[in-house]
Design a binder for this molecule. Sequence first.
Ligand code: GLN
Length: 446
Amino acid sequence: ASFKRIKEVDDKVQAFLTLDEENARKQAEKLDEALANEDTRGLLFGLPAGIKDNIITNGLRTTCASQLLSNFEPVHNATVMDGLQKAESVTIGKLNMDEFAMGSSNENSGFQTTRNPWNTEYVPGGSSGGAAASVAAGEVSFSLGSDTGGSIRQPASYCGVVGLKPTYGRVSRYGLVAFASSLDQIGPLTQTVEDNALVLGQIAGHSKSDSTSADVSVSDYLSSLTGDVKGMKIAVPKEYLGEGVNEDVKKRVLEALKVLEEQGASWEEVSLPHSQYAVAAYYLLASSEASANLARFDGVRYGVRVENEDNLIDMYKHTRSQGFGDEVKRRIMLGTFALSSGYYDAYYKKAQKVRTLIKQDFDNILKDYDVIIGPTAPTTAFKIGEKVDDPLTMYANDILTIPVNLAGVPAISVPCGFSNGLPVGLQIISRPFEEGTVYRAAHAYE
Ligand code: GLN
């Protein structure tokens, strides 16, 4: 059914970069056979899954939507893939994204631009645009994306699906091609909050292969879906409903708060005073980390190598010049500059200090409140081509998602109505490792 649907719609949506039909069928047949002999089923038994193309999959091409990795076939799986396999889901293929997860619209893919299934003239968001669009278009039951500065939540919001960025350290990053290692997290995109909780349970947990994955026990997220938010205290940052946020988006968020209020929750306005500096700090820190992480793509170790160069340095140079797209080069240059001696204190170190202040803002509020709620993005999806020539406007779009990554806390985007036929997303944030609280609020609202 999944492949049938993909054949029907993916010409228009263009969510997939690679399909794995033969293997998927084999896997499904094996599950069928096993079913005849066993009465236990994995928790994701037979569910078709799409995987963002920066999560490595054994023997299945993994490109990060970069020409530089157009021929890269990993020889082992990311930890999350082992989790899915154990739960008996079936991997359908690999999903489009902005190259190396840098972008908010999928227009930075080195291969194709995924379209928003609600209106194909609009972007699906990014960088997990393929992951969000494939779920919204009914091509797969769920997908895995990655979120460094909003890349699961913003496309979930634009495509009207549920997307969770777990607490930093909740899910192993082993086998996630690193963009900014101190911010990256893998998370599920689904049609419902229940599905999301179910998938997170299968991919969360400590892994010996990732020293930044936390040794904190994994809760039974499904048991959080009580529908009960009586007495829940909600904080609404005034910065999240301020200038720059579209009026319709504000209205939908206020309506959602009313729904939660009617169920016995209460909300108050608060302030995240340092969030105004989040975008600037993020683009320095994320680019700095990216400039180091992407040094490994040199034509020797992975992917494509430019041929017929007569020395090593030219081979490096030309492989990287031809293999990387403009946005990736922009980030590498910015990051290299910010880390260079003489500028380190003025930029990188300063940005780290701002990051601490932002984290303290969240800590302070979450001492007194269970969740923080606001919109996921300041607007609904924009038109393809509208912002592509203006990187700063594109960066500003991440203003409501980025502070969450800098603070390391968990957050979900859940659909909360429409504006002019395009979905609006509600963002619900909570304390570290309290994904259960996030799900409880999201489920009660949904
Ligand atoms: N849009 C942000 C960026 O371009 C976020 C990306 C992400 O979360 N991977 O960096």
